[in-house]
Design a protein around this ligand. Structure first.
Ligand code: KMH
Ligand code: ZN
Length: 269
């Protein structure tokens, strides 16, 4: 089994300080949170930028500032979001890819997202994939529903994405695929051989699905974007605290933790 890649999803687009008082918002706070997660054992940080008011932004300049601040602290893999917030338009969402990060997310279809709709038309999925390929950015394919895996396979057939693919199963978003063990197994069985995958369980599903990911040879995403709690009714102190717990569980289960450079090798980036 490969060593375990832990992704820290630090901020997200939906969470506020009301939900989680320690949510990192400014570039300095996000970079410091990334560094603390790196020290705890994360090898990738999934980043959503916020503007000066704390609202989600896909601004090239803000992502650039965050990227530079993180890179001045450590060699963790910087993975910006191209998902943004549900109200961001596709061109707006694509901006951080122009920074030529090693990775970026690529959502592979449309789904309900709580009371909203997360729009990803075929036209724009392909546009995002093409630009990532042109700039040498490895997509992490975000899968919220089973059919999105088929969309990803069609991108490979069209030559728009190189293999091996790397998937992130985001399970438990209200309105999209639930976060059961069966759903995760179904996803894992459906991806092309040779692919790598990570799992992000939403809310209370984060920990059980992460543990399954560790046992099944997948990888794990945790952080305030997906879950702000440490336990029932108990807010987590930091993103790093959530990473530390995954490191402890993985070690107990006999799975070693990947450094950022080992993650680069595993993901072929
Ligand atoms: N905020 C969601 C609507 C991604 O980062 O690529 C989309 C999202 C996916 O978070
Ligand atoms: Zn995200």
């Amino acid at each position: 089994m490969d060593k375990l890649i832990i992704t820290a999803a630090l901020t997200g687009a939906e969470v506020t300080r009301k939900n989680q008082p320690n949510l990192p918002l400014t570039p300095d706070e996000i970079a410091e949170a990334a560094y603390q997660c790196y020290l705890a054992g994360a090898s990738i940080v999934h980043i959503h930028a916020r503007d000066k008011e704390g609202n989600p932004t896909q601004s090239y300049d803000v992502y650039k500032e965050i990227k530079e601040k993180i890179e001045s602290k450590c060699n963790i893999i910087f993975q910006p979001s191209t998902g943004g917030a549900v109200w961001h338009g596709p061109d707006e969402r694509l901006q951080p890819v122009e920074l030529k990060p090693e990775m970026a997310t690529l959502s592979a279809g449309t789904c309900n997202f709580g009371p909203d709709v997360f729009m990803n038309s075929q036209e724009y999925i392909e546009k995002f994939a093409i630009r990532m390929k042109e700039l040498g950015v490895k997509p992490e394919i975000e899968v919220f529903e089973r059919g999105m895996i088929e969309n990803a396979k069609s991108l490979v057939k069209k030559g728009l994405v190189d293999t091996p693919l790397h998937f992130d199963f985001v399970l438990g978003v209200p309105g999209a695929c639930p976060a059961t063990a069966e759903d995760l197994m179904y996803m894992v069985k459906s991806i092309p051989e040779g692919s790598t995958w990570t799992v992000a369980g939403i809310g209370r599903h984060e920990l059980p699905l992460a543990t399954m990911g560790i046992l099944l040879g997948g990888h794990v995403r945790v952080g305030f974007e997906d879950n702000v709690y440490y336990g029932r009714g108990q807010l987590a102190e930091s993103n790093a605290q959530l990473v530390e717990r995954i490191v402890r569980i993985a070690k107990e289960l006999g799975r070693e933790i990947a450094t950022p450079d080992e993650a680069r090798e595993i993901l072929k980036i």
